[in-house]
Design a protein around this ligand. Structure first.
Ligand code: SF4
Length: 578
């Protein structure tokens, strides 16, 4: 399709492309209903191998590729329940993808509610209530609106709704207003200023847009917000501004609302843990808003309305009740829905690492992080490789103390991340090791069921250079090869390293020293007025992501930005003429 578009774009004048195909969202819907057959395999991304470069998003333009925050930085995950199963994300030059034949998934067992539900006390204007909901198309915002209106009628109240869905197919913004009143409503309930009693933020970014935020009032509006955000297209492409963190959200929302009554909830996490379906997140948040006293209807009417809606009835009622429970007993719900598999394996403690850290000038607050990363480098290569990393961090820590500047802990923390990342570059040995990672394998089993068969998709550079265009699948029979490759890591960087002579590997090795020198030079010039420039320089390492051409291009950009920042730093070091 992209090729055809390029061809037409190159023709002079107007060209018309008629693409006659079923839309992907429709295809997904039909598969869910069993009307058309679904492929028998799935794709999975090994988060340890993933570099979070966003290239798979670029090649597939798929919104089911989500950024996921891990202890090793932000990575990419395939959101399975919204995946269109066209597998185009695996087309890039990336060794993170695993093709999975699902195993037997035990029926999802819904846990018992950890607390007894009690009727809430309504704290909004009961006789005339306006609710504004912000969400993302395809996630059931309009369904919640319909449920509220139906429940209001069942309770003998008047209700009306207005949905602003625009072109909100999968992924677009949706605003839905609902008004519940004791009297007949003659006008459309479009919420205007000073009118909103409850803002139900299924999508956080929607609440923070000026057209919604400007209509909230601190003496009337209560915010019930889902803190699990759906990434925007620009965020997926690693271009857009990040969604504000929880503290920032509180700072933005609280002056605009009845802050003491606001509820902040990770509704998506609860939905996936309790009913195994992200689509139930809106019902979880709706349940929380109800229990917080912001929806002046009876629980019985709401449950009846969910039943009359007829879709995923048991799931939606369960999600609604867990949202209620999350307001009554937040800690008990958090404990009951906490993930059972750690996000990353904990590396073994090596005595040489502990000793090196103990003898260093690394501040106590960062010693744990350095120890963890150094232990990981023992598994990556060797104890001496790991202790040389501790030595490099120690040198930067001492240089920072000598500079006496403020903000040194943040700088050191950014350097630790960058120095580790450059040292742990993902060559053939490391990719093999990380594909044997037990936590990653457990994640596949949890997601796809017991007995799931996984095959790693790789495009070995040597075969690529011989003209092979597609990736090969390395399944269970190839596992011993991965073990052998992983064990060969001691050859890394030596004259006997069969993979170490490529331009890619040479560039990766050279980057380690180049970055260290860059940071030490910058820290030597650190002054309060150039702290931001030094910080930007140290943080440059985070942008070097991806594999092969993607990574080489990022390294070139790193060098370009580093050179600009060094010039800026030198200019800031020239004393002003008196
Ligand atoms: S490394 Fe880049 S291309 Fe590969 S899965 Fe991660 S984000 Fe996608």
């Amino acid at each position: 399709m992209a090729d055809v578009q390029d061809e037409l774009a190159a023709l002079p004048g107007v060209t018309v492309l008629i693409h006659d195909d079923r839309c992907a969202a429709e295809e997904r819907r039909l598969r869910r209903r069993g009307t058309i057959a679904a492929p028998t395999t799935r794709l999975h991304i090994n988060e340890r191998v993933c570099e979070g470069c966003g290239d798979c998003q670029r090649v597939s333009t798929c919104l089911s590729l989500e950024p996921v925050d891990t202890p090793y930085g932000d990575k990419t995950r395939i959101h399975q329940s919204s995946c269109n199963l066209d597998f185009s994300c695996a087309n890039g030059d990336c060794p993170s993808f695993v093709r999975v034949i699902p195993g037997t998934k035990a029926d999802h067992v819904v846990p018992d509610l950890p607390v007894a539900l009690v009727d809430p006390v309504v704290i909004v204007n009961e006789t005339d209530t306006t609710i504004r909901m912000t969400g993302v198309g395809g996630t059931g915002v309009v369904t919640v609106s319909r449920i509220i209106q139906m429940a209001a009628r069942l309770d003998g109240r008047a209700a009306s709704g207005l949905d602003q869905t625009g072109l909100a197919q999968k992924g677009g913004p949706v605003i839905s207003d609902v008004r519940i009143a004791d009297h007949e409503l003659s006008t459309a309930p479009k919420a205007s200023e000073h009118m909103i009693d409850l803002v139900l933020g299924f999508d956080l970014l929607g609440v923070l847009t000026p057209s919604v935020a400007d209509k909230l009032t601190s003496d009337r509006t209560i915010a019930v917000l889902n803190m699990d955000t759906t990434p925007t297209h620009d965020q997926l492409m690693r271009k857009g501004p990040a969604t504000p963190n929880a503290t920032h959200v509180h700072e933005l929302i609280e002056p605009l609302t009845r802050a003491a009554h606001n509820v902040y909830l990770n509704a998506l996490d609860i939905a996936e843990a309790v009913v195994g379906d992200h689509l139930a997140a809106n019902l979880v948040l709706f349940g929380a808003a109800f229990q917080a006293g912001c929806i002046p209807l009876s629980a019985a009417a709401i449950e009846r309305a969910i039943t009359l809606n007829g879709t995923a009835v048991a799931t939606n009622i369960t999600a609604f009740n867990w949202g209620r429970a999350a307001v009554i007993a937040p800690d008990a719900v958090a404990a009951a829905t906490a993930p059972t598999i750690p996000t990353v394996a904990t590396p073994r403690q090596h005595p040489a690492v502990l000793e090196a850290v103990r003898a260093s000038a690394i501040p106590p607050a960062l010693q744990g992080l350095v120890t963890e990363r150094a232990n990981e480098l023992v598994a990556y290569q060797s104890a001496s490789y790991a202790t040389s990393f501790v030595g490099a961090v120690d040198a930067v820590a001492r240089a920072l103390f000598a500079s006496g500047g403020s903000g040194t802990e943040d700088l050191l923390s950014a350097y630790i991340a960058g120095a580790f990342k450059f040292r742990a570059y993902k060559d053939e040995y490391e990719v093999a090791r990380l594909h044997r990672d037990p936590v990653e394998q457990a994640k596949i089993e949890r997601e796809f069921g017991k007995g799931a068969k996984a095959a790693v998709l790789l495009h070995p550079p040597i075969l690529k250079s011989l003209g092979m265009k597609r990736k090969l699948e390395f399944g269970s029979l190839a596992r011993p090869t991965f073990a052998v490759l992983s064990a060969m890591r001691r050859l890394r960087g030596t004259a006997f390293d069969p993979f170490g002579h490529t331009a890619m590997r040479r560039a990766e090795r050279a980057l380690i020293d180049r970055y260290d020198r860059l940071v030490l030079d910058a820290v030597a010039q650190l002054r309060p007025e150039n702290l931001a420039t030094v910080g930007a320089l140290v943080a440059l390492a985070d942008d070097v992501r991806g594999y092969e051409d993607v990574k080489l291009a990022n390294i070139a950009r790193f060098d370009e930005h580093a050179s600009d920042l060094r010039i800026a730093l030198e200019a800031s070091s020239v004393p002003n003429p008196a």
